[in-house]
Design a protein around this ligand. Structure first.
Ligand SMILES: CC(C)NC(=O)[C@H]1CCC[C@H]1Nc1nc(Nc2ccc(C(=O)N(C)C3CCN(C)CC3)cc2)ncc1C(F)(F)F
Length: 285
């Protein structure tokens, strides 16, 4: 698209856009729906990051890495970063606009997703992760809050704040929820792209149940313990879970990273195949 044809960091400025409605608040500033003034008019999401806040939180390197990684990615289930520019106070990211908004808001609105809908999201996540790992990028922060929905309901990974080139060894203290972290990360050990396999298992569980498998709302320590013990339970008090669903989750939530089901096998798993749209054509199937 011509949005990315112009060199991203030299020529763009706020004057190139008509401001639209605010889409919400990002980590370091607001996000706006905007449109380029010049033909052809493009709708993009403009994410503002306040330099002062970035400096205070000492995440300059992380932001630089996030931009460098996301700018080089091209996949239908990965949100495009077309380019960026800055003024004296703010950095502006020109991102793909996701027409149906934030997935976590749908999850909290409905409480949980059907197995059919969850299975299609998981298939798209597996496709995106195969692509990322193929470029030696580990995401490391897969969770509903980082996922957006395109205009046709397709899933888009929208945030790369914690992604690294594999293998990684996190130095910064982890903030936010432990729920998605695998044993090797909560124990601060060396980790590789298999951390995303674990997180995909947690995500699959949360889509269908409406809460993550090792959650303990009252105690972070207990969540930590439940993760380290892989204390996985399937409750079927108020919903019936299919055997295929339980089988796939169990094969992703393995303590030993080497034993986690490879993503290519996820795409062939009965729980994914049974809900695949009949007309869907997969290359290399
Ligand atoms: C992954 C990352 C962690 N998350 C984010 O960055 C968040 C932070 C704030 C918004 C979002 N960022 C983006 N959001 C969109 N699309 C979008 C968002 C919200 C709505 C929506 O439901 N309303 C406006 C509703 C409409 C109805 N009213 C009632 C409430 C708001 C509709 C479309 N496209 C691209 C981005 C991106 F990522 F490029 F910035």
């Amino acid at each position: 698209s011509s949005v990315s044809r112009k060199h991203p960091t030299r020529e763009w400025s706020l004057h190139d856009f008509d401001m639209g409605r605010p889409l919400g608040k990002g980590k370091f500033g607001r996000v706006y729906m905007v449109r380029t003034k010049s033909e052809p008019r493009y709708i993009v999401a403009l994410k503002t990051l306040y330099k002062s806040e970035i400096v205070q939180s000492k995440v300059e390197k992380q932001i630089r890495r996030e931009i460098e990684i996301q700018q080089n990615l091209r996949h239908p289930n990965v949100l495009r970063l077309y380019g960026y520019f800055h003024d004296e106070k703010r950095i502006f990211l020109m991102l793909e606009f996701a027409g149906k908004g934030e997935l976590y808001k749908q999850l909290s609105k409905y409480g949980r997703f059907s197995e059919r809908r969850s299975s299609r999201y998981v298939e798209q996540m597996a496709d995106a992760l195969i692509y990322l790992h193929g470029k030696h990028v580990i995401h490391r922060d897969i969770k509903p809050e980082n996922l957006l929905l395109g205009i046709n309901g397709e899933l888009k990974i929208g945030d790369f704040g914690w992604s690294v080139h594999a293998p990684g060894n996190r130095r910064k203290t982890l903030c936010g929820t432990l729920d998605y972290l695998p044993p090797e990360m909560v124990e601060g050990r060396e980790h590789n792209e298999k951390v995303d396999y674990w997180a995909l298992g947690v995500l699959t569980y949360e889509f269908v149940n409406g809460f993550p498998p090792f959650e303990d709302r009252n105690s972070v320590n207990n969540t930590y313990r439940r993760i380290a013990r892989v204390d996985l339970k399937f409750e079927e008090k108020d919903i019936r879970l299919s055997e295929e669903f339980k089988d796939l989750v169990t094969k992703l939530l393995r303590y030993d990273p080497q034993k986690r089901l490879p993503l290519t096998e996820v795409l062939k798993h009965p729980w994914i195949v049974k809900y695949r749209p009949k007309d869907a054509v997969r290359e290399g199937a």
